[in-house]
Write a protein that binds this ligand. Structure first.
Ligand code: PCA
Length: 331
């Protein structure tokens, strides 16, 4: 597998960019990651030039994955960025003196404002967490050069029809927040995880705006008993990744939108459709019907009359139907 790894030059108050330090160090190693042809590049901190450089590098190297990194000095943890935005807005100029406020990267209004990372973002998050490296998910890559290169790369790969090339962005803090050795280990973890990922299995990002997923969710919602109050997607350790609907009140449109969002952002190839298992969980605010989609993800549905004894029965009747569309999709 060929991975293009990028960092950035110094800019503004950042006199030494830790991403440049690490990327240059990786460049001196021969075969730092097993079975990976690693191409290391440091990118100028300029709006137009950064977009141009990443497109040129993709064309030249034809990588299987593009892992872009930059520093976010104000953050204390590694931030796995989930989305790029079509926006340029910053308080400081780029290294060529260009200062922008609320400008698009691509001024075509019909295009997507948000583009998802196509890296296995949830896996990266968990891999770093399991390695005891401070990490969090982020939905905001900022409006400066990092977001700019991230959006440019994902958009360019889409335009080229290279859906099987993974691309995404990771912000790192300074070496004061995470020391250099730990940060180097973090890069190792990230690169190994990316290398393990087979492009065609990267459902995660492609679920976004995926008509098949929309159909599945539509079916699920049609089959939901009328009084389902909300649907949510959780990690198995209880982290709420996305939900829709309010207790006692259901708004199907928002359920739909949020469920798509939750699924599109979080459900990855880790869903193992042969391993669905479900259970009824009694909790403070009702009784939830909970389905384990995989080791990492749990889908929960709460019924508005959840406290009534009929609920578990109703849920158990409904669930095989609800799951079938998901299974069909994944088969
Ligand atoms: N961080 C900046 C640009 C270059 C970098 O390393 C950013 O977060 O946009």
């Amino acid at each position: 597998m060929k991975i293009l790894l990028t960092g950035f030059e110094a800019f503004g108050d950042v006199k030494e960019n830790p991403t440049q330090v690490i990327v240059e160090e990786f460049a001196t190693l021969s075969n730092p990651i097993e079975e990976v042809d690693l191409i290391c590049e440091v990118i100028p901190v300029e709006y137009d030039l950064s977009g141009q450089r990443i497109r040129e590098l993709i064309d030249k190297h034809q990588p299987d994955a593009v892992v872009m990194t930059g520093v976010a000095a104000g953050r204390q943890k590694i931030n796995v960025e989930f989305w790029a935005r079509n926006n340029r807005t910053a308080t400081i100029p780029d290294n060529s003196g260009v200062l922008l406020k609320d400008m698009p990267i691509n001024s075509d209004e019909s295009i997507e404002h948000f583009l998802p990372s196509t890296l296995p973002v949830s896996k990266l998050h968990y891999a770093l967490k399991n390695a005891d490296i401070p990490v969090e998910r982020s939905n905001n890559a900022g409006g400066y050069i990092c977001n700019n290169i991230f959006y440019s790369a994902v958009e360019y790969l889409q335009q080229c029809g290279s859906d099987d090339v993974l691309a995404g962005f990771i912000h790192i803090p300074t070496f004061e927040a995470i020391d250099k050795d730990t940060m180097t280990e973090a890069y190792n973890v990230i690169l190994r995880k990316v290398a393990e990922s087979k492009p065609m299995q990267q459902l995660e990002a492609h679920l976004y705006m995926n008509p098949a997923i929309e159909r599945v969710l539509q079916t699920i919602l049609e089959k939901l008993p009328d009084n389902a109050s909300w649907i949510g997607l959780f990690t198995t350790d209880g982290l709420n990744l996305g939900y829709a609907g309010e207790l006692w009140e259901i708004d199907r449109a928002s359920v739909m939108t949020a469920a798509i969002e939750a699924l599109s952002q979080r459900v990855s190839e880790e869903i193992n459709h042969s391993l669905f298992s479900s259970t009824v969980v009694s909790a403070e605010k009702g009784i939830y019907f909970v389905v384990e989609l995989s080791e990492l993800y749990t889908l929960a549905i709460n019924w508005s009359n959840a406290t009534s004894l009929g609920t578990p029965y109703m849920a158990s009747k409904a669930f095989p139907q609800l799951l079938q569309p998901l299974r069909d999709l994944l088969d």
